[in-house]
Design a binder for this molecule. Sequence first.
Ligand SMILES: N[C@H](CCC[C@H](N)C(=O)O)C(=O)O
Length: 283
Amino acid sequence: MHGLGNSYIYVDGFRDPLPNEERLPNLASEVANPYTGIGSDGLILILPSNVADVRMRVFNSDGSEAKNCGNGLRCVSKYAYEHQYVEHENFSIETLGGIVESQVHLDEEGKVSEVTVDMGVPRLKRKDVPMRGKGGALEENAIGVTETINGIDYTFTAVSMGNPHAVFFVDKLADAMIETVGPLIEKADLFPDGTNVEFISTLNASEIDFAVWERGSGITQACGTGACAAVVAAVLNGETKKDEAITVHLPGGDLTIHWSSKDDHVWMKGTAVTVCTGIYFQA
Ligand SMILES: N[C@H](CCC[C@H](N)C(=O)O)C(=O)O
């Protein structure tokens, strides 16, 4: 399945026996390999939960486990609803980054065409990203901070959506140097768990151009949590405002995101697509 071209191989843990825990990181790398595997940005497990209706586990293509995945949440929502693992169109999903609420939207054939996810409250304090306190105290936010990495100063805003994001504002995405700055920031010791790296250009108060270097997967077509972090960063830096329905233009397509002033939650709406089903023989 994919969300705006951010594709994962989904394993149905309600129905199928799961690989052993220690097998999962290598399995994620294997299935993600487009030459010797299937080809994806990683592996996602759809599982029963004791605290929500469904549980999602996300593994990047390098085998690292992530705490959240916005595009994954929409695809898990589509799958769980269409396989009757949930009874209603609104249900909860457990992630390592917390429990979120999802709402599926049906087409005329009763298939899920779009999904709205309440991604919860963004975490802004350095210690919650997590980010080390070199340029400021751990209890402080990191909004438009300048940190020196390998002798060069970088200015960005750090936001956690359950997973870490460093958001850079650029005049034009074409100037962003994603392939060099992306991995440098991803692995900087400033971020003890690494970080996803977003490059955004605010076109106006309701549109953002977006590109991403994902932790553990590199450049992807889309990053749902990253798009949420981008909107939060744009509001915090005065480029737009809360409650504005913002269209984030990702390489793989658009997401509609708003940061509610009512409950401080970030809401994401977008598509989810099933590509195929099959059997991976080296599971
Ligand atoms: N690479 C991310 C996980 C996938 C997030 C992304 N694909 C999304 O849609 O949010 C991380 O290590 O935190």
